[in-house]
Design a protein around this ligand. Sequence first.
Ligand code: MG
Length: 230
Amino acid sequence: MKGVKVIGFDADDTLWETETHFQAAGREFCALLAPWAPPEKAAEELFRTETANLGLYGYGAKSVMLSMVETALRLGGDGVTAAVLGRLLETGRRLLDYPIEPLPGVKKTLGELKPRYRLVLITKGDLLDQERKLERSGLKNYFHRAEILSEKREQDYLDLLAELGTEPRDFLMVGNSIRSDILPVLGIGGRGVHIPFRVTWRHEQAEPPAQDPDRFRELTDIRALPALLK
Ligand SMILES: [Mg+2]
């Protein structure tokens, strides 16, 4: 994969672990809702609420908290007590404050790439939450800039690349989500490296495109990235 000048890195589940915390919160939600719905039903209803709210609330922990409360009231009605709502808010609040530890090999790889490429963090979600996670990760100084978007569609990438003064063919996006990090970037003529994380949120699941040595590769370990670009 030659000729790359700017590398975009997704953050959640690419640089640090996120989805496992959200899945744990989902299980706590199901346990709290047990008096009113079996766990599969509670999980399905929560996913339905989250998906319906995305356009208004966007991504992130605070949106999940609101969707949990909404789903609990829909399933439990007046039976949902202040104590249950309090526990749901606590569950969501913990999603805003867990320790952020870079995944294995992330620091070393960013350190190797930084002198040779412009590195840009490109994440979607809640502005304050994503900024705080970046601070807590200790990775901020590896990046030329950090972009927190509300969505990662083709136009969002085109707008960002125009701001950076970068042609799509000079841009590589690295991330764990085929849907958000890879497909839209390939769609505008950029390149993508997919590094799957062990769990993927249902909303982000998509079929990977065919491997293409010059434009799309899948890696199991971020540490293999510098060699791929040589
Ligand atoms: Mg991600």
